[in-house]
Design a protein around this ligand. Structure first.
Ligand SMILES: CC(C)(COP(=O)(O)OP(=O)(O)OC[C@H]1O[C@@H](n2cnc3c(N)ncnc32)[C@H](O)[C@@H]1OP(=O)(O)O)[C@@H](O)C(=O)NCCC(=O)NCCS
Length: 173
């Protein structure tokens, strides 16, 4: 897809970001730990603050925001070498065209300058996302049973990580 631009979002993108983030929570509620009800109640400034504080990347087809993915640094000195890929979403009508891959690659590239390990968690049944992450070099290192509870149903999450420096520099497992 050659007319697709990937760039980091800034607080001035808050309106577009809010709209796509709420669509993600509404249409793919099982893929995220947050909920539509919680974030829909937040003002626009809350979304602008998130864009100010964390690195959120957007995929644009022309003026339209078609996908998002974000990098979060782990808080705390002892976990500062780790970051997390979160909030990955691509509009259903433009999926399977490599946008998710390019967004994840943008997060990985950013993470290389910040941390040594990039982690993520993905609901066990989410095969498209798991395949995509595996093809990008993420390796499964665990399974969190009953990680999410939604309307009385439990969902397991697969934990994945990608080393961003040579593994022998990270230290013994
Ligand atoms: C997971 C998700 C972000 C993937 O986005 P996407 O843009 O469809 O991802 P990509 O197109 O980069 O890759 C998906 C598949 O398309 C394939 N693909 C990539 N480029 C392609 C192209 N030019 N033509 C055809 N297929 C292509 C990829 O190889 C991959 O195939 P696979 O399923 O056999 O591995 C998207 O399905 C989504 O938003 N799902 C709902 C939310 C979600 O689950 N988020 C993840 C939470 S952890």
């Amino acid at each position: 897809m050659h007319d697709m631009q990937i760039r980091r979002l800034s607080p001035t993108d808050a309106i577009l970001y809010r709209e796509l983030r709420l669509e993600a929570l509404r249409l793919a509620p099982d893929a995220f730990s947050s909920t539509f009800a919680v974030e829909n109640a937040e003002p626009l400034t809350w979304f602008a603050d998130r864009l100010e504080r964390s690195a959120v990347f957007g995929a644009f087809g022309g003026e339209e925001l078609q996908g998002i993915a974000a990098f979060l640094a782990r808080p705390g000195q002892k976990e500062a070498h780790k970051g997390v890929l979160v909030g990955m979403y691509v509009r259903p009508d433009v999926r399977n065209a490599g946008i998710g891959r390019r967004l994840a690659e943008a997060v990985i590239e950013h993470a290389r300058r910040e941390v040594e390990i990039l982690q993520l968690s993905v609901v066990a049944g989410n095969e498209p996302a798991r395949r995509l992450y595996t093809s990008l070099g993420f390796v499964e290192y665990g399974l969190e049973k009953n990680a999410l509870k939604v309307n009385g149903c439990y969902w397991d999450e697969v934990l994945m990580a990608k080393p961003l420096v040579p593994v022998d520099r990270i230290g013994p497992p």
